[in-house]
Design a protein around this ligand. Structure first.
Ligand code: SAH
Ligand code: SF4
Length: 423
């Protein structure tokens, strides 16, 4: 979502006459779009500010430094106290006010009633083959470890008509795949438009070949949405559905509102709708009170599901969240050991998933150049990175390949025929 917000901030500043600098070292204005989800990400901001403010441009001037995103929202004026050289602090719901703030300076962590989306300038004329589209923001779920409900505010869905219009603009600009984004994207609802309805409307945009969405919450995975995985050919067979832990005791302490069994039951229904669906998830190790038995339950759910990929994190106490003040905080060395074991297990299931793909024929959307001459990297329907050597193909093309070799994080594809070249 920060990638999406950064694109919109870029467009906003371009509309004001700014142009993108080749790198931060040469920029007159640097916007740090920050993340507050874990302490490490949040602390990095202060070292970045220090480095930027110590630097000089060729004309001897110091860059203007803007702190945007969720660290700005959470810490507000505290940032200016800790780093007085910062010129502007602007939260994720107020960045449409950035042009005025660049003139006046200051701190704005308002969650204004007027939506930033209503006032942001139109999308760029040229966009990547695979583009993001934020459809929903905020969270009402209050997992006990998480800052998102505080930094991003309440769940809010954008109007469906505006989203279809933005999707059309992105496709006109060259996007062939869209990923719909939200903190809880499947909590989307606009008056009478459900999330499944929105998927169907966007899938119908002419020229759009692939559709994805992330991140979903198990609680909002309803029958209608599961049926969309059966009925919409554009919807790719991949779902990121975080579970966080395999232990019911911990899921309860996390306030996740699902159990191991109810989560697995959702996956069964999904597989019944779309047999080849690839699954991904998020995991936290070292949540307060996590025992060896709880952690073993997490390892076993990873094996049971056979994730195609997954993200795993050491629990990071966040200020103001209930879990931060719970007793039984897990020592750092235990967290380290559990994270390493979990990541090794995820690595095994991911490699097994990739190996099972060898021999399949599929379409790959080419997104970027590879390291070898003539090599391009794209994504399979199951979101695997696929290396393709095809001198006649270019970025934005969809090539049909035979998957011939598997690594833990990628596959090799041999082109069969070039189909549907980008316009
Ligand atoms: N809304 C999504 C997740 C958004 S946050 C969901 O509920 O599934 C992305 C991921 O960051 C979470 O899934 C969780 O695994 C991780 N995360 C959030 N807070 C964390 C914390 N305090 N420490 C470690 N990881 C955390
Ligand atoms: Fe955070 Fe996701 Fe839980 Fe919301 S549902 S509190 S974003 S982990």
């Amino acid at each position: 979502m920060n990638v999406y917000d950064s694109e919109r901030i870029g467009e906003l500043l371009e509309a004001e006459g700014y142009a993108a600098a080749p790198d931060a070292a040469r920029a007159d204005v640097v916007v740090l779009n920050t993340c507050h989800i874990r302490e490490k990400a949040a602390e990095k901001v202060y070292s970045d500010i220090g480095r930027l403010k110590a630097s000089r441009r060729p004309n001897g001037i110091k860059p203007v430094v803007v702190v945007a995103g969720c660290v700005a929202q959470a810490e507000g004026a505290e940032i200016v106290r800790r780093a007085p050289a910062v010129d502007v602090v602007v939260g994720p719901n107020a960045y449409h006010r950035l042009p005025a703030m660049l003139k006046a300076g200051g701190v704005d962590t308002d969650m204004p009633v007027e939506s930033k989306f209503a006032v942001l300038p139109p999308r760029r004329a040229v966009v990547p083959a695979s583009a993001f589209l934020t459809v929903q923001e905020g969270c009402d779920k209050f997992c006990t470890f998480c800052v998102v409900p505080y930094t991003r505010g309440a769940e809010l869905s954008r109007p469906a008509d505006a989203l279809v219009a933005e999707a059309e603009a992105l496709v006109a600009g060259g996007a062939r795949e869209l990923t719909l984004l939200g903190q809880n994207v499947n909590a989307y609802r606009d008056v009478t438009t459900s999330f499944a309805d929105l998927l169907a409307r966007i899938a119908a945009v002419r020229g759009l070949v692939r559709l994805r969405y992330t991140t979903s919450h198990p609680r909002d995975m309803n029958d209608e949405l599961i049926a969309a995985h059966r009925d919409l050919p554009q919807l790719m067979p991949y779902l990121h559905l975080p579970v966080q832990s395999g232990s019911d005791r911990l899921l309860k302490a996390m306030n996740r509102a699902h159990t191991r069994a109810s989560y697995l039951a959702i996956l069964d229904r999904l597989r019944a709708a779309r047999a080849d669906i690839a699954l991904s998830g998020d995991f936290i190790v070292g949540f307060p009170g996590e025992t060896d038995a709880d952690f073993a339950a997490t390892l076993s759910i990873v094996r049971e599901v056979g994730y195609a990929q997954a993200y795993s994190f050491k629990y990071s106490p966040r200020p103001g969240t209930p879990a931060a003040t719970m007793g039984e905080q897990v020592p750092e060395d235990v967290k380290d050991a559990r994270l390493a074991e979990l990541q090794a297990t995820i690595g095994e299931t991911a490699l097994a998933f990739n190996r099972a793909s060898v021999g399949k024929r599929c379409d790959v959307l080419l997104e970027r150049p590879g390291r070898r001459p003539g090599q391009l990297i794209g994504k399979s329907p199951w979101l695997q990175s696929v290396f393709v050597v095809s001198p006649s193909a270019k970025i934005g093309d969809i090539v049909t390949v035979d998957l011939i070799d598997a690594q833990p994080n990628s596959l090799e594809g041999a082109p069969v025929i070039l189909t549907r070249a980008a316009a």
